[in-house]
Design a protein around this ligand. Sequence first.
Ligand code: DGJ
Length: 733
Amino acid sequence: MNTILLFIFSMIYFNSQAQEGSMIRIETENFAHVLKIGLDHKLYQTYIGTKLNNNAEYEAVSKENIKKFVVNDGNPLIDLRHAAYPTFGTTNLFEPAIRVTHNDGNPSLELEYQKHSTKKIDDNCIETIIKLKDPQYPVFVELHFKAFYKQNVVESWTVIEHKEKEPITLYNYASSALHLDADKYWLTQFYSDVVEEVRIEESQLTKGIKIIDSKLGVRTNMFAAPNFFLSLNSKSTEETGEVLAGTIAWSGNFKFTFDLDNNNELRIISGINEFASEYSLEPQKVFKTPVFIYTFSNQGKGLASRNLHSWAMNYGLKDGNKSRLTLLNNWETTFFDFDEKKLTNMFSDAKTLGVDMFLLDDGWFGNKYPRSGSTSGLGDWQATKAILPNGIGYLMDQATATGVKFGIWIEPEMINEKTELYEKHPDWVLSLPNRAKDVYRTQLVLDLCNPQVQDFVFKVVDDIMQIKSGVSFFKWDCNRMMTSAYSNYLKKQQSHLFIEYTNGLYKVLDRIKAKYPNLEMMLCAGGGGRVDYGMLNYFTEFWASDNTDAFNRIFIQWGYSYFYPALATCNHVTSMGKQSIKFRTDVAMMGKLGFDIHVGGLKEDELKFCQDAVVNYKRLSPTIWKGDLYRLVSPYEDTRAVLMYVDKEKNHSVLFSYTLQPLTDPNYGLVKFKGLDVNKKYKVEEINSMPHGRKSFEESGNVCSGDFLMKIGLKVSSSQPESSVILEINAVE
Ligand code: DGJ
């Protein structure tokens, strides 16, 4: 049958057979996710993609294989490829979203549609809840979809409960199952290691299953990031192509399964990694899966990122609409070697730089076993008298007197064996009986499944907040993953460990957020090994990497920018790289700026440069933090990186250009701008020049139309390796 005939046939077929109300549309401004109740009462996904103008035509969009479930033509094996939430045990032959064993040992689940409802949360957000039930067993599944209209983002999760007499066992319990039909599928994934965060790899999916997951328990995305792009038909670029972006708000083990079948149909199952985690669910208790977040763009990855940034700033990131504190941190200048005098001098350094806050890092605590290195003290959260005789309160007072805020480092989920805490509570650590402890970074993980440990971790923050008027900021670190994990608290239910640890952590963070709603906190895990939207619900920002060499940071920060907004990404100017202070500062300014340098060691012109840069940053940061990001030239494809942020009114923009290798092409540097208003005129000025006053951008001060800047562009880059240019672009007239 040719395509036109098939189309007409399907139109007639669907129009005559479809039941009233049998289609459920999850819609945003530009994309739609469409579900349909089959004649067999099961729920199917028929479409995900760019929104159609005419709703009735969703009936006709699916390919021939979709009609089979409506026909109910006796071929259920093929039908279930499109199941909206595939089950296991009866006729589904593909990767399930849910797998259950009932009280009588029956290992199968069927889910039929019962009812659905939609609820307007606010003018921008509608929640759809679809209730499914096993026809033979009292097991209930609710599929939840929250659609954010302007952001073009959907959050989806699942609620599972039952009324059997005894607990049922859940073996699979995904948050989301999506079905895509395209000719080809290109997966972009992000992989990491300590100091090598968010490397990017794009590859075409082949038939079979591809999994991106974590089994690390805590610091869960140390190796694989919980984010992906899936481009349809061909590779997408920044500006072109159909692309689905997905991420999960879960800070424990996660899993994305890409199941490409023999018909070239793709299912993406996303959620908690069920590995070693079968879950015994008590009757009447609710199992709520974490939120899977996705957006669909038909204009490439750039728009997908902007959608996610906008969602994050409005919904996903703690205080995403507020401002952030610039800071001076002491980690890379002092490590564990400091005392009261050194610190109070650094308060003055922070003031001299012009930043808002001083952040005291690791090494301030422990008395019986002082934290003079990484082998002791972790867990004893009292200031070390030998180096800080007047305690934290004195430091707070001194910082206030100097005119800067005071923040502090903690790593409250972890413990050194050489501590009073361990002497008192050896049973509070995760460690296997009859096996040697795996002491990674000479520390162990506390058992957050245990409510007493949860209380302890809450108290670490609460006690510090009770000193004087409390600190302004916490850096919450986490420097190891789980190995040899066993919870004394869970006893025979060890398969709950990975889930209950994460839930325990969230309980603590919920208490902190409730008691200190305005407290700003940085999420850290030996760099960015823990960034996900589960944690960012509690944290205002994250530490991107312990690799602070500005050259490497360009790649790392670029990688994060796909899924996380600039105001959440902490970048510090350090002395790790040997580049000029200008290059290092310019690189840090593309996100949330901080310093971790020996201010007294700066030459006069370097200090002046930093001070001016902080002033500039304060002026530019509303646009960097809240504007739209356009990635113009990728360091992964070129010898330079160029990106720009444009405010929502298209009046103000900041462009960053970083040259990595010498540019030899005579036309080097020409870049077309994006996101401006064609009808406006803009003054383009170089800022942060160094030596002070010398510009590398020859056209600085020129006025050009948005039309010209976007169609023709300007030569923005300097030709020298490891050099940078920042342009401030202001609408004039
Ligand atoms: C790892 C972090 O990433 C560093 O910034 C620093 O805080 C150290 N931990 C302290 O132990």
